[in-house]
Write a protein that binds this ligand. Sequence first.
Ligand SMILES: NC(=O)c1ccc[n+]([C@@H]2O[C@H](COP(=O)([O-])OP(=O)(O)OC[C@H]3O[C@@H](n4cnc5c(N)ncnc54)[C@H](OP(=O)(O)O)[C@@H]3O)[C@@H](O)[C@H]2O)c1
Length: 131
Amino acid sequence: MNVLVIGATGSIGLLVVKEALAQRYAVRALVRRQAKARQLPPEAQVVIGEITRPETLAAAVEGIDAIVFTHGSDGSGKVGAENVDYGGVRNVLNALGSRTARIALMTAIGVTNRTGHYNQTTEAHDWKRRS
Ligand SMILES: NC(=O)c1ccc[n+]([C@@H]2O[C@H](COP(=O)([O-])OP(=O)(O)OC[C@H]3O[C@@H](n4cnc5c(N)ncnc54)[C@H](OP(=O)(O)O)[C@@H]3O)[C@@H](O)[C@H]2O)c1
């Protein structure tokens, strides 16, 4: 099975890449900048792309059987929550088109909490749920 990891250079994504390789999956890592790919295990296939730029995603999803989303906007508030946390998932699934894949999405602790201060100010939970 070919597994695509979105957010592969993040603290969680790196663990996902290592575990998927240990489970003998073929792993493709979407990475924004080549320099960041150095931290990944050499067995992982690196594809350069950015989830907020749909035109960069075609190669990433080619031949993929499963996608693990572990990306996250870094404190950029509502705009990041909508464009990265949600928009990234939307763009990758659009790139996948009519092809099917198993999907896992890292959401967030408290993602069902709509009324707390954090969600009221960032909408982060709302956009994660929509993803
Ligand atoms: N860490 C936790 O304990 C924890 C707990 C619960 C939920 N979560 C959720 O899990 C997710 C990942 O957390 P984390 O701690 O691993 O975050 P992180 O270390 O900040 O990693 C975020 C990842 O997303 C990538 N990314 C951000 N914007 C992108 C874009 N436009 N295109 C492509 N990739 C992009 C980053 O790439 P770069 O390396 O290029 O920046 C990085 O690989 C987040 O959504 C977070 O809310 C985390």
